[in-house]
Design a protein around this ligand. Structure first.
Ligand code: DGJ
Length: 748
């Protein structure tokens, strides 16, 4: 429903104000009055956040007034400062959507090559509308919500010289202090134009010291937290791999240098996109800081014919004055409720056993059934057959062949998958009242080995650039999902596979980046094709639990999470390394979305040996707990059954609770995390010691997020007040390194 901005302003009793002077605002916290409009001044309010901007009446430019903690009433005008030198006013103000040319020498949010070849734009305020709820984004993953959850402001800008329109969309989720932004660029002229740069979000901060936090890594080393001071000039990162990638996650935060995990201001920005991206932060010569995130301009050249529109992916921004932890919790809550659309978002994640590290490619029907039986005997509820089950003419017995040929390997499964899956799904799960084991399967649909019938038949279906050699990684090539015939192929084979047997889980892998592509346009077209495929399959099979994977966490992004509720966090299953990787990933993404498995020792990636209990406790911090080893090695081990039961007990709190990173692995050898149920009735503490501690005191761990007045039982024993647990804390000691504890708190 479109609401008139004038009527709204009257209804809430706004003071009138010119759009260039101080702006008068009503502060509000509910969905219906989260957006306040006064003429061409706009205020977006959350429970503890205000984002205020206006259209300058002379230039038509959108100017930011404030983005941070709540403000109300009249806002002070900025001080008058003389403008001289090469940089004019436009280069010294806080702009909402900086276009290219005309004297703002900072990074633009948009660069458009006009029909005549110019790359100058003059996008001015034209009109606006306020919508209850939030429209979906055509072909792209997006946050969602009803009127009451979210309200949307769309500001229409127009460039009279080039006949280009830009529609800026701001959706406010007040409960989470979140503003979700995206941009539409439309060609209203008669010739072609080309979009060469488009940020989903651009925001200018006033002169103040800021730190930039981001997540960097590589294969088996994902999500390492990086914190650096924003300095004069441009600092940035991104991905040009074609996917969001392990190298840098499409997330960053800005925070004051004094901001800690639990105190101070932090602004978090997360792109809902799985493709290449660019994130840049520029402190200008005058000291203002501009932050942008969106398409990677090196891989964008998007021509728009008359009447055509390019929609940017969405970017979520949240504000917190409860430190970096507060920022993460707001993102987590928003994602659990308004991004992840799967029915499994916050429930029903059975403990699983994945075959990969246990047997790799070396299995057949008999050994798969043995693994499943032994998994069920341990109390595992879902058995997952990883890579190696398919390929007839080119059997997948190593990573050298078979991708693309999604028929069961006849040597391994002479009667196909149906009978095996039937036998497995008839196995009783030990310790349950007759519950049957579930079955899951691995696929890598976007890829093909040259050694495959598919490639022999359709060599043109892969990404390639004319006659340039087609570079292989892991002996494979990337199918071009921009092609409708490739999308249909994947949808059809997945539909047939999922209809062929009782398959209740799919691990969707993707194990290389893009090299030779036919044109820059392909990068985004591929993503639109991928999202079409994921949308179709996840809608068609709502009862299948999908887990994303990309050589571990290579596509752990908010785009994939819209369709799949969980993602394999890393191929590094070492208990100690995993604490860093999982804590890092939790900066942006909810623990509910993390796949985390207990694997064998010495660990296959690091060679390190840590106790079973420690490995299990680390894996329990992920929403999808599992084992990834040969279950034969654990059959006589009663401890593992108890650990699986414990994982099931903590799982509901991990899936739905608020995470407090009490101590970071980068800063302490006693990392700790607390999950507090949303209603505060329960909490679970994870506490680790990762090194030896000889003849030295150990710290107390102070809890957070509890009710100071309430009393909590600790592991069913002693009872303490929340105030005591938060202000004094608990202390644990261990005899040696790699000690760990999982502690239950229950409000009395
Ligand atoms: C990479 C994944 O990250 C692993 O977990 C495993 O599924 C292999 N691919 C299988 O090839």
């Amino acid at each position: 429903m479109l609401r008139s901005s004038a009527a709204l302003a009257t209804a809430i009793g706004l003071l009138t104000a010119g759009s260039q002077g101080p702006v008068a605002l009503a502060q509000s916290t509910s969905g219906s009055d989260a957006i306040v409009v006064d003429g061409t001044a706009f205020a977006l309010h959350g429970a503890g956040m205000s984002y205020v901007f206006h259209a300058d009446t002379t230039t038509g430019d959108l100017i930011t007034d404030h983005y941070g903690a709540s403000v109300s009433g009249a806002l002070p005008s900025p001080g008058e400062s003389g403008v001289s030198g090469w940089v004019g006013t436009i280069g010294r103000v806080r702009r909402e959507f900086p276009d290219q040319g005309r004297g703002d020498f900072r990074i633009p949010a948009v660069r458009i090559r006009q029909t005549a070849g110019y790359t100058v734009s003059d996008l001015r305020y034209q009109s606006h509308e306020v919508l209850d709820g939030k429209p979906s984004l055509p072909g792209l993953p997006a946050t969602f919500g009803e009127a009451g959850d979210v309200t949307t402001l769309v500001v229409h800008l127009y460039d009279n010289y080039s006949a280009v329109a830009a529609d800026l969309s701001y959706s406010v989720f007040p409960e989470f202090d979140a503003v979700v932004r995206s941009v539409n660029i439309t060609n209203k002229g008669s010739g072609d134009i080309t979009v060469e740069q488009l940020a989903s979000l651009s925001v200018d901060f006033p002169l103040e010291d800021l730190d930039l936090l981001s997540l960097r890594g590589d294969w088996a080393r994902e999500a390492h937290r990086e914190r650096r001071r924003v300095d004069y000039g441009v600092q940035g990162f991104g991905s040009s791999t074609g996917y969001s990638s392990h190298l840098h996650n499409p997330f960053f935060a800005l925070a004051h240098p004094s901001t800690t995990e639990s105190q101070g201001e932090a602004w978090g920005f997360n792109l809902i996109y799985t493709g290449s991206f660019s994130a840049q932060v520029e402190k200008s010569s005058q000291g203002l800081t501009r932050a942008l995130i969106g398409f990677n301009p090196d891989q964008l050249s998007w021509t728009l014919g008359p009447g055509e529109t390019l929609t940017s992916p969405e970017c979520v921004s949240v504000y917190s004055n409860e430190g970096i932890g507060g920022m993460s919790r707001k993102l987590h809550r928003l994602y659990r409720k308004h991004l992840i659309r799967s029915k499994f978002a916050t429930s029903d994640r059975p403990p699983l056993l994945n075959s990969w590290e246990g047997v790799y490619f070396n299995y057949n029907q008999t050994s798969i059934e043995r693994l499943a039986r032994q998994s069920a005997a341990l109390g595992i509820r879902l058995f997952v057959m990883d890579d190696g089950w398919f390929g007839d003419k080119y059997p997948r017995t190593s990573d050298n062949a078979g991708l693309g040929d999604w028929t069961p390997n006849p040597d391994r499964f002479p009667d196909g998958l149906g009978p095996v899956v039937e036998r497995i799904t008839n196995m009783d799960v030990n310790g349950t009242a007759g519950e049957k084991l579930r079955f899951g399967i691995w696929v890598e649909p976007e890829m093909v080995n040259p050694n495959s019938s598919l490639y022999r038949k359709h060599p043109d279906w892969v990404l390639h650039a004319g006659s340039y050699p087609r570079t292989e990684r892991r002996n494979q090539l990337v199918l071009n999902l921009a092609l409708p015939e490739v999308q249909d192929f994947i949808i059809d084979f997945m539909t047939n596979l999922l209809n062929s047997a009782d398959i209740s889980y799919v691990k969707w892998d993707n194990n290389r980046g893009m090299h030779e592509v036919p044109s820059p346009r392909t990068y985004h077209e591929y993503m639109l094709g991928l999202y079409h495929v994921l949308d179709t399959l996840s809608s068609r099979f709502p009862n299948v639990l999908f887990e994303g994977c990309a050589s571990g966490g290579g596509r752990f992004d908010a785009g994939i999470l819209h369709y799949f509720p969980q993602f394999w966090t890393s191929d590094n299953t070492d208990g100690v390394d995993r604490i860093t990787i999982q804590f890092g990933t939790s900066l942006a993404y909810p623990p509910s979305a993390m796949g985390a498995h207990l694997s064998a020792v010495p660990n296959h990636q690091t060679g390190r040996t840590v106790p079973l209990e420690f490995r299990a406790h680390v894996a329990m911090m992920g929403g999808s707990f599992g084992l990834e080893l040969d279950p034969a090695t654990l059959q006589d081990n009663p401890e593992v059954r108890e650990l699986i039961k414990l994982a099931e007990k903590v799982n509901p709190i991990v899936l739905t609770g608020d995470l407090y990173r009490l101590r970071l692995p980068e800063e302490s050898q006693w990392p700790a995390a607390l999950f507090v149920a949303e209603d505060g009735s329960q909490a679970v503490l994870f506490y680790f010691q990762v090194g030896p501690n000889v003849n030295h005191a150990v710290p107390w761990v102070r809890l957070q997020g509890l009710d100071p007045e309430a009393r909590y039982s600790v592991d069913g024993n002693a009872t303490y007040t929340g105030a005591t647990l938060m202000n004094m804390g608990l202390q644990f000691t261990f005899d040696s390194e790699y000690g760990s504890k999982v502690v239950f708190l229950e409000r009395q």
